[in-house]
Write a new protein. Structure first.
Lengths: 158, 173
């Protein structure tokens, strides 16, 4: 679905660009090719590392690790697992829902989901390439901290 | 030789896969399946994303970006960054090249953090799925708290990160 939207958008813009200025379109193409080439090693590495991590830690094992226990340790574990792994959000929600049913606390689930989407250890090399070391460290560090605060607040309110 | 050096990391990981295939074939199979599905996704989505970035680089003038999400864009710039982040779906790493290009063009650091944060945590297709599985109350509260956190993180980072700390993916002429 998203893929279709992206391709349709690109097709429209590309057509406009070619009509308006062929030379500039060629230039845009070169920018894209160069950027892909620059990012390629990082992208391939991410694909491999994600495979290795999820091979060792399939969703069932993650569920066991996060577990159904309450308490701060469970929350920290959930936050760290969320930060390290890269699971598509659409898979993580049903996983989180089943953990909640089996007894995990709101705080733990919120920590897991928030770090999962906001913090990316695996993708950090790629982020560094595009945005710099300082930006990446700060964004991920502050996001991890924020995720824990968000989780604690949600546990108190809900 | 230079190519081997450039692709050092993926090569090492490929060796790990080989090793795993001999030692723990079961895990290796599972890992390979995951990697393959990620590879397919990237191969399908990343080329158009990079091409869009190329078009942005060539066609959109710096002044326009500065005006929309630059230093003096204020609340309007924040709102615009938020809007850009809510629309797409796809993993966060797809947003990095675009974020880098926008920064190069003069976007404000805090707005880029908002764009990335919203893309990561609160884009619309994701919220719909979250409501379905975890309920409206959970989703709404996480939305509000995350948005607040992202804005605060953006403002903190803007004080600490200078544009000169940024690498440029696009070669300057």
């Amino acid at each position: 679905m998203t893929t279709i939207v992206i391709y349709v958008l690109l097709a429209i813009l590309l057509a406009l660009s070619i009509i308006k200025d062929r030379q500039k379109t060629r230039q845009a193409f070169m920018v894209a090719v160069k950027a892909i080439w620059k990012m390629a090693p990082g992208l391939l590495a991410i694909i491999g590392v994600v495979g290795l991590i999820l091979g060792v830690l399939p969703p069932e094992t993650i569920a066991q690790l996060v577990g159904s226990e309450a308490g701060f340790t469970a929350t920290i574990t959930a936050a760290l697992i969320g930060a390290i792994t890269l699971i598509p959000a659409l898979i993580s929600f049903p996983l989180a829902a089943s953990l909640l049913r089996s007894g995990a606390t709101i705080t733990t689930i919120a920590a897991f989901i928030t770090t999962l989407v906001m913090v990316g250890f695996v993708t950090a090399p790629l982020e560094i390439k595009a945005l710099g070391k300082k930006f990446t460290l700060l964004r991920n560090g502050l996001s991890l901290l924020a995720a824990l605060l968000i989780a604690l607040t949600m546990g108190v309110i809900l | 030789m230079e190519i081997i050096k450039k692709f050092k990391a993926p090569l090492i990981i490929a060796l790990l896969f080989l090793l795993l295939a001999f030692l723990l074939p079961e895990i290796a199979t599972r890992s390979a399946a995951v990697s393959l599905s990620y590879f397919k996704e990237m191969a399908l989505v990343l080329p158009p994303v990079f091409m869009l970035m190329g078009l942005l680089e060539v066609w959109v003038p710096k002044e326009k970006i500065r005006q929309l999400i630059g230093r003096e864009s204020g609340i309007k710039g924040m709102f615009f960054s938020f809007l850009m982040g809510t629309l797409p779906t796809g993993p966060l790493y797809m947003a990095f090249p675009m974020a880098g290009a926008l920064l190069n063009k003069g976007a404000r650091v805090s707005n880029i953090v908002i764009f990335l944060g919203v893309w990561a945590a609160i884009k619309i297709p994701q919220l719909i799925a979250e409501t379905e599985f975890l309920g409206l109350q959970f989703t709404a509260l996480r939305f509000i708290l995350t948005l607040t956190a992202v804005i605060i993180i953006g403002l903190i980072m803007e004080r600490l990160v200078k544009t000169t700390d940024m690498p440029t993916m696009i070669e300057q002429k």
